[in-house]
Design a protein around this ligand. Sequence first.
Ligand SMILES: *Cc1c(COP(=O)(O)O)cnc(C)c1O
Length: 465
Amino acid sequence: MKDIHYISTRGQQAPLSFQDAVMTGLARDGGLLVPDEIPDVSDRLATWRDLSYPELAFEIMHLFATDIPEEDLRGLVTRAYSTFMHPAIAPVTKAGDLWILELFHGPTLAFKDIALQFLGQLYAYILERRDGRLNILAATSGDTGSAAICGVRGQRRVNIFVMHPHGRVSPLQERQMTSVTDANVFNLAVEGAFDDCQSIMKALFNDLPFKDAYALGSVNSVNWARILAQIVYYFYAAFRVQEETGAEAVQFAVPTGNFGDILAGWYAKQMGLPVRRLLLATNENDILSRFFHTGRYVRGQVVPTVNPSMDIQVASNFERWLYYKLGRDPAAVRERMETFGREGAMEIPVRGDGPVDVEIRAGASDTKHTLATIKRYFERYGAVLDPHTAAGVFVAEQYDDREEPTICLSTAHPAKFPAAIEQATGQQGLAHHPLLDALEGLPTRCAVVPNDVTAVRTFLAEHAR
Ligand SMILES: *Cc1c(COP(=O)(O)O)cnc(C)c1O
């Protein structure tokens, strides 16, 4: 088997091993790390079909994490998925014509657990072997924060600092984060908006002497390990649906924010999984949907919606896809990203009147359509969809030339968004989960900090490992 190395989309970082890529997060030249080769697994699909989720995860991750001994990697994967509440880890169900891939059976009830439970194990493993320490800094508008905290709570070599906008995340999401009172967990409520949290984070990561002195680490989906962990469920779901239907190929509908989840599906397709198309769904924050219709990537203003984890205008993982689209030419990527940074817009050439891309098609769902979709699926099929999933389902329905079975990624448990479910169906208490009910009245811990880089830097310096 070939050793895979990780190179930057901007071409100015020496190749890294898998473990170094995980520890680095964002490449030092500002680009994103990608594998120097995408393995073709077409001839292995038949032997992978009947594997359990953890077995399949091992087979796929092993191809990319070539510097971790097999037995160690098996252990990491087994531990990561032992916290899931469903024996299948990622079960597939059916609602009407569509297949629903349930990715929310992890400890915080969002699909981010699938990657962050694994990344938490991986960090502990690498740090133990290197006798290292790590200070994770993250910005969250909701789901990432609690999943990241849950992935590393209680670890002895990691501290985690999670910034959320003070008073602007849902009370339930806030409680999911702040009720974790392990000594290595620090919640920071920043007196500003989510964008402010994100720019504080960027400022501290771009301060390379600070980053190095405090061993800052990232859990955002710029980290390759997150994409890797997500590739697995595309294979797993395609196998289940092929088994049920006998179809040769499938397609996926993916509610999208930072482009991480759908990018994992794109890698699965390049590896040889028979995926006809990936259907990308956005909400009103539709920079990606506009791009896949016009070839023009133009920043807009973020508006708050009923599916907040998709309220993103600049999708960090888009650069990875762009790298391949531009023929793996780092100079072309640099030029486009610099133009975008300067002007808030850039363009890629589109041939004739064809689609911008034949593999990824896109659509947007607004609040009205998302809520109507939740109501319809509840009334017709008894299925309660969370508002992110519903946006994906709505977009899937718009592509009615669906010859292949369509699998919609269900990214959160509906109980995380009770207000939207009630608004859509007119019924109270439809969506609940004992884990969330149990948070009521638990002690919480959180520090309120001003919207200011220096304040966060000082807090981190005082509480770092
Ligand atoms: C993060 C998130 C998304 C968006 O995923 P990306 O990888 O950012 O595209 C969609 N739905 C839910 C519930 C999420 O938490």
